[in-house]
Design a protein around this ligand. Structure first.
Ligand code: DQA
Length: 136
């Protein structure tokens, strides 16, 4: 299968910021583990802090499944929500942390209604579980 992993705003700081929440590994290290785990599949990794660039990446996507951690954009980006709704490739929403056990604002996701499913709270394994879900 061909997967596109998209990480949004501030996810480039993984391994540097809030280590107690997001862990010690960098996004590059996590991506390398995912690529090794799915070595029989094609994995593309993309990260951007720009809402518009994430929308453009979604528009241009050509793959079997998209794994999207939109970061804080999850909670308020109608632009990313509409970009997901404008494509036919299924998108699984991912969060490393359990967003429901944190601040109130993290319990709202404006993208969930247009995603195939949501996986949250399993650290880097959230990405792996999301990709595995496309194989069920
Ligand atoms: C996050 C959760 C979001 O609330 C937060 O803004 C992030 C990361 C997660 O992976 O747990 O940046 O999406």
């Amino acid at each position: 299968m061909k997967f596109l992993f998209i990480n949004g705003v501030n996810l480039n700081m993984t391994g540097i910021r809030e280590k107690g929440v997001y862990g010690l590994q960098t996004l590059e290290e996590i991506n390398a583990e995912i690529a090794a785990r799915f070595s029989g599949d094609e994995c593309e990794f993309y990260q951007s802090n720009s809402e518009g660039d994430i929308c453009s990446k979604l528009h241009a996507a050509s793959c079997d499944g998209i794994i999207l951690n939109a970061g804080a954009y999850t909670h308020y980006s109608y632009a990313i929500r509409d970009a997901i709704a404008s494509i036919s490739i299924p998108v699984v929403e991912v969060h490393m942390s359990n967003v429901h056990s944190r601040e109130e604002f993290r319990r709202t996701s404006v993208i969930s209604p247009v995603c195939k499913g949501v996986i949250a709270g399993f650290g880097k394994n959230s990405y792996i579980l999301a990709a595995e879900s496309f194989k069920l």
